[in-house]
Design a binder for this molecule. Structure first.
Ligand code: C6P
Length: 395
């Protein structure tokens, strides 16, 4: 099919998003004439410092932190996740009395691989598997707590399924048990309300490029009064908690993107969800397609489906030829030919997990794009099943 949209149809927004034009515009002057170091005391420094301060206000208010000093700018969520786990290791876990972390099998590799590294240093890690619906229960977390548990790290929404874990309840549980609580909120910000105080969160990671900000900039919320040994030692940037000259243009753009994300939550909930549901309903008309997870428990933009008899990669290439961008799961796992690990963790057999396709919308997708995707998707499935050696139609 020839794609009628000159730039194609982008449905891989859980991998990264379009930079919002407003965010691009907001940062431009800081890439050119306003280039001062925000720590400098002259005019060049004070003007960038003022812009930085304004952006930090928007960011901390966007997650309902109590102060801008509670948000530390990092290069991305991978850094934030590494920092929390390794920082808590330095502060608590390495001393041995509290050397246990509770996390899940469906975390992003930035958590899983870091936990595996900490295991080599003697930390005990419990990797919980969500239930068949793909969601973790508070009871599972409660049952995993031991007197040695020093940290609970559970993602807010899964990047592949879009399923939302009960973060507020888990936060409350951790809080009552006196255990530090971290959540990777990369796939939650801009999709559902995020409130660090209401959810009893000690640490929260985010990346700007998942909510229409630039790549290479993100942050870590650290609750007031909670100590965390820095990963980057150096100057007094960010009150000595994360040293390195601040990337003012990107932080300004992240601030703008956060403001748009928060203001756009209602649109996300109504309109992005409506388009996602329209697409999902149409996909469900195709025989032998399985949609993973109840849509009421998912962020409004995500569909993970499994198309019996068609390898996920084959489906992607066929969609790509039609100008449609989707994925088989995490962008950072796209070069492995392993079955989708999140699907395996929630109990799918390997054959089914190899047929996974993730579709993730954003506020920039239009009804016409979704109508075109429905048509192209149905045609791809028909064509690929005709040549599939494994597809046998189920009754
Ligand atoms: N997930 C995906 O296709 P960075 O790369 O540091 O900005 O974000 C890492 C990250 C951390 N946590 C979650 C839940 C994520 O989804 C991601 C990025 C992308 O699913 C790229 S691998």
């Amino acid at each position: 099919m020839t794609c009628p949209f000159p730039n194609g149809v982008y449905l891989d927004n859980n991998a990264t998003t379009l930079l919002a034009p407003e965010a691009k515009e907001a940062m431009e002057v800081f890439l050119t004439s306003k280039y001062g170091n925000p720590n400098s005391l002259h005019k060049f420094g004070t003007e960038t410092h003022a812009a930085l301060s304004k952006a930090l206000d928007t960011i901390y208010e966007g997650i309902n932190a109590s102060d801008k000093d509670d948000v530390i700018i990092t290069s991305c969520a991978t850094e934030s996740n590494n920092w929390v786990l390794k920082g808590v290791y330095f502060d608590i876990l390495r001393h041995g009395t509290k050397n246990h972390i509770i996390t899940t099998e469906v975390e992003h590799p930035a958590i899983r691989a870091t936990c595996e590294f900490l295991e080599t240093l003697g930390v005990e890690v419990t990797y919980l598997s969500p239930n068949a619906e793909g969601i973790l229960s508070v009871e599972q977390v409660r049952d995993a707590i031991t007197p040695k548990t020093g940290l609970i790290s559970i993602m807010w929404a899964n990047n592949e399924t879009g399923l939302i874990h009960p973060i507020e309840e888990i936060g409350e549980l951790a809080h009552r048990a006196g255990i530090l609580f971290h959540t990777d909120a990369v796939q939650a910000i801009g999709k559902i309300p995020v409130d660090v105080q209401k959810s009893h969160i000690d640490f929260l990671s985010f990346s700007a490029h998942k909510f229409h900000g630039p790549k290479g900039i993100g942050g870590l919320y650290i609750k007031e009064g909670v100590e965390l040994t820095p990963l980057f030692h150096g100057g007094e940037h960010m009150h000595g908690r994360r040293s390195g000259t601040l990337n003012v243009p990107y932080i300004v753009a992240m601030g703008k993107a956060m403001q748009l994300a928060v203001d756009g939550l209602e649109y996300e909930e109504k309109e992005v969800r409506r388009l996602r549901d329209k697409l999902e309903n149409a996909l469900m008309e195709i025989s032998d397609i399985l949609i993973i997870g109840d849509r009421r428990h998912r962020v409004p933009n995500t569909i993970l489906c499994s198309i019996r008899g068609i390898e996920g990669e084959a489906m992607l290439w066929d969609l790509n030829k039609a100008g449609i961008a989707a994925s088989t799961g995490s962008a950072c796992a796209s070069e492995t030919l392993e079955a989708n690990p999140v699907m395996v963790a929630i109990g799918a057999d390997k054959e089914l997990a190899h047929t996974a396709v993730r579709i993730s919308l954003s506020r920039y997708n239009t009804e016409a794009e979704i109508d075109y995707t429905i048509e192209a998707f149905k045609k791809s499935v028909q064509r690929l099943r005709k040549i599939s050696s494994t597809y046998i139609k189920h009754a």
